[in-house]
Design a protein around this ligand. Structure first.
Ligand code: UT7
Length: 320
């Protein structure tokens, strides 16, 4: 028994912030941001919008696309590191608001790798036979945690949510291999210090601190490693990949790795120019757009790979 994606949905907030908008308040330029990151604009949620508000919209779209009812869900997992509150979890809020009365619900915290961590976890419940229908969401509103005066961080992030519905299937398609990794020793390179039990009063601030160069080095190393590892686990090679959907953090990271792997540009999905880095939402948002763009056909081999704070990395390979 394998987990198969039978529906997807995504959403971003309506407010667009362009590079030129940022250049009005900080010492940066559209040219610098585009050449160093590939990003042209990002979506920023308003004060009234919390992560669950986006997650719920993505979830409802995914349920419609999968043609299943919320009551038929056995489990909801949300990959997020910007929950509405420390508790209840975003997953429990989604469970209530969409009416998934019998579903268990929890969040998976692996930052930008959160969707792949959540997806792999969901697959275990289906492969073991415990559950049949699972909603997996990646949702984050990290723009609420950036210092808009810190030009090395604020230019990167955007908000959004993406969701998929998984069901048990034995027709040969579905998610064939999973690979997860954590390198906690490098965790200090990407930190949100305030608000946790170490600093409940947020004395250290509630902003993202990042050593961009070190995260970049980790990203190129583990993105490559994850793609080799997950294809090997599926008894395939990189040449068998029809579409790679990498975490949408920086086009230089993606270009560097895909060039090294020998993957042609048309086999790599990139939409970060429009959204920036939406953290756990980036991969399900890109997958949903790739489906709308008709980039996938039955039988295609698709690899999803994400990396982020922790530091973490996770990949899943599926036959569409
Ligand atoms: O999901 C994981 C999340 N994180 C990531 O994926 C981050 C990975 N890292 C990166 O994407 C890149 O390291 C950045 C885009 C963050 C930075 O690019 P970089 O090529 O590593 O630039 P840098 O940090 O080496 O900075 C080069 C210069 C510096 O000036 P000096 O010291 O050479 O005078 C920076 O102060 O560029 C300056 N700089 C900027 N200039 C204009 C840094 N940010 C900006 C900016 N606009 N926004």
């Amino acid at each position: 028994m394998r987990a198969k994606i039978i529906g997807s949905g995504s959403v971003t907030p309506p407010k667009v912030v362009t590079n030129d908008d940022l250049a009005k308040t900080i010492a940066t330029s559209d040219e610098w941001i585009r050449t160093r990151t590939g990003i042209a604009e990002r979506r920023v949620s308003d004060e009234a919008t919390a992560t669950s508000d986006l997650a719920i919209i993505a979830a409802q779209k995914a349920l419609i696309s999968a043609n299943i009812k919320a009551e038929d869900l056995d489990l909801i997992i949300v990959g997020t590191t910007s929950p509405d509150t420390l508790f209840p979890s975003v997953a429990c809020t989604v469970q209530d608001k969409i009416g998934a009365a019998k579903a268990a619900a929890f969040d998976a915290s692996a930052a930008c790798a959160g969707f792949n961590y959540a997806l792999t976890t969901a697959c275990q419940y289906i492969e073991s036979g415990m559950y049949k229908n699972i909603l997996v969401i990646g949702a984050d509103t990290l723009t609420k945690y950036v210092d808009w005066n810190d030009r090395s961080v604020c230019i990167l992030f955007g908000d959004g949510a993406g969701a998929v519905v998984l069901t048990a299937s034995n027709d040969g398609s579905g998610i064939l291999a999973h690979w997860l990794k954590a390198e906690g020793r490098l965790g200090h390179y990407l930190v949100m210090p305030g608000g946790g039990s170490r600093d409940p009063a947020e004395k250290n601030g509630r902003f993202i601190h990042m050593d961009g160069k070190e995260v970049f080095k980790f990203a190129v190393r583990v993105l490559e490693e994850s793609i080799y590892a997950v294809t090997k686990l599926a008894d395939l090679t990189v040449a068998d990949i029809d579409l790679l959907i990498p975490h949408q953090a920086n086009s230089r990271i993606i270009d560097h790795v895909t060039k090294k792997l020998g993957l042609p540009k048309e086999k790599v999905y990139v939409n970060l120019q429009k959204y920036g880095n939406t953290s756990a939402a980036s991969i399900p948002l890109a997958l949903d757009e790739a489906l709308q763009d008709k980039r996938l056909k039955s039988g295609d081999i698709v690899v999803l790979s994400g990396f982020g704070a922790g530091l973490t990395c996770g990949a899943n390979l599926m036959r569409w």
